[in-house]
Design a binder for this molecule. Structure first.
Ligand SMILES: Nc1nc2c(ncn2[C@@H]2O[C@H](COP(=O)(O)OP(=O)(O)OP(=O)(O)O)[C@@H](O)[C@H]2O)c(=O)[nH]1
Ligand SMILES: [Mg+2]
Length: 464
């Protein structure tokens, strides 16, 4: 547990059992592999978790809760009659074989602190303060390490102010920190505060904090690039199969349909996997049970859920200036849904123009030398880009709203396209609709990531 590099900031997260220590470690380390459970005594060994960004690296040590703080304090008092001996007494406790046997949890949790870790002391702000906590806080004070009190409002903030009063007696810094809420600013602030408390770590912690604040925007930009790449891949996807025996054509059709479908699903899985990685989710394996996927991308009923409905699709074609050369007044672009009259004017587009049945349509061509080729794709379905963007966008929204302390599976749920479009500025909306229209026709789009970014920003900022 000795820090390999004394310059590397290390924080031991300590406290009573079952107060959210591991949850705080998971959120601050952005790591969903950490064991968290309603059962008291889940963490039995101190375990180190690293967090790294472009600013640097720090470690968090998850520890077991205090079990016998009063007995431990008694032992310490016997060892150290005067104040200058206190830190050594805590170090002696950790090394003493008898103490390790009598106080396995305390020796385990104090070990990283003796080795140089700063202290994050966690309490539950929804439960009343009581003096029974004083022995543990006293022990931590004896260690002489820099420390901060963290109030986790597990079931509410009812007792936060009394905890603040009490913790201020033992800790120079006290913060309310809810590991269930994604609060980037608060996390950065926590590190900055510690930078003042422990000057040796100051520059590093400040640099890490600055990067934490920049992370959300950078992440969105990377997500937009990833989505653009996936859309490009999906709308250009084509699967072909040559046959020399005419009788094999029906089989070949089936084969290309399956191949097309497989590749589309695989592409989406890959895009989702990279999004999860961008948000530092490792357990959220989309093939596993952790990501709850509703239905199947190519299931027709899913298209109604995720894509635009017919009316919206026609309106969007109109708004983007596409759709059988329809001329639409620019003033109408202010609305994502056009007036009925305009839609009526576009009704002649016909049903072949959209609908996911297109995705399953194969083409047969005759090749020279008496061979045939069966092909499927590229899709010309108007809804495909919208469906794919929606699925990616609502996954991103889920990831923005949770923290690494959540143990519920990531649930992918469709939302309201209209609301998403309405949140955009008129020029952003037009650019997006135009881009989707061009994508559906495999036409080049200039700087697709920049067009997708405002939409993804909307997904990240709001909940449905
Ligand atoms: N609603 C809510 N639940 C929380 C919060 N923090 C922790 N929990 C829950 O409280 C329980 C205990 O959380 P842990 O993080 O495992 O607590 P711990 O202090 O590490 O527990 P031990 O390792 O057993 O000492 C888990 O079921 C968490 O999901 C919170 O801020 N809000
Ligand atoms: Mg724990």
């Amino acid at each position: 547990m000795t820090p390999s590099n004394p310059q590397e900031p290390v924080f031991a997260v300590v406290g009573h059992p079952n107060k959210g220590k591991s949850s705080i470690v998971a959120t601050l380390a952005r790591d969903d592999r950490i064991a968290i459970s309603p059962r008291s005594g889940t963490t039995t060994r101190s375990e180190s978790w690293s967090f790294e960004n472009a600013g640097g690296r720090y470690r968090l040590v998850d520890t077991p809760g205090f079990q016998r703080p009063r007995a431990v304090l008694e032992w310490l008092k016997q060892q150290a009659p005067s104040a200058e001996q206190r830190a050594s007494a805590v170090a002696a406790l950790v090394e003493d074989p008898q103490c390790r046997e009598r106080f396995p949890d305390e020796t385990e949790l104090l070990r990283p602190i003796v080795a140089g870790a700063a202290i994050l002391y966690v309490v539950d702000g929804s439960r009343p303060y009581s003096p029974e906590y004083e022995a543990e806080m006293e022990i931590l004070r004896w260690s002489g390490q820099p420390s901060m009190g963290l109030i986790n409002p597990i079931e509410g903030e009812e007792h936060v102010s009394e905890w603040e009063q009490a913790l201020q007696q033992y800790f120079r810094l006290v913060r309310v920190f809810d590991p269930m809420l994604p609060q980037t600013r608060l996390q950065a602030d926590l590190l900055s505060a510690f930078a003042h408390l422990q000057p040796a770590w100051g520059d590093r912690l400040q640099a890490i904090a600055r990067e934490i604040e920049r992370e959300p925007e950078q992440r969105l930009q990377q997500a937009a690039t990833r989505l653009a790449l996936w859309l490009d891949q999906a709308v250009t996807l084509q699967v072909c199969r040559k046959v020399i025996d005419r009788k094999l054509i029906p089989l070949a059709r089936k084969e290309v349909q399956q191949g097309y479908r497989r590749q589309l699903l695989k592409g989406e899985q890959q895009a989702f996997g990279e999004l999860l990685e961008l948000y530092r989710y490792r357990q959220g394996n989309i093939e596993g049970k952790e990501l709850d996927m509703p239905g199947d991308l190519l299931d027709q009923s899913q298209w109604q859920l995720w894509g635009m409905d017919r009316r919206q699709l026609m309106a969007s074609a109109a708004a983007s200036g596409a759709g059988a050369g329809a001329v639409i007044d620019a003033g109408l672009l202010g609305h994502s849904l056009m007036a009925g009259a305009v839609i009526g004017g576009l009704a002649g587009l016909g049903s072949a123009w959209f609908g996911s049945e297109q995705l399953q349509k194969t083409r047969l061509s005759t090749l020279a030398g008496g061979r045939w080729e069966v092909c499927i794709g590229p899709s010309r379905d108007r809804n495909l880009p919208f469906v794919l963007i929606a699925r990616f966008g609502w996954l991103l929204q889920q990831l923005e709203q949770r923290t690494h302390a959540w143990r519920e599976p990531i649930r992918l749920q469709p939302g309201d396209w209209k609301q998403r479009l309405d949140a955009l500025a008129a020029d952003e909306r037009k650019a997006l609709l135009q881009a989707c229209d061009r994508l559906a026709r495999q036409k080049t789009v200039e700087d697709l990531p920049a067009i997708l970014l405002p939409l993804l920003r909307g997904f990240s900022a709001e909940s449905d």
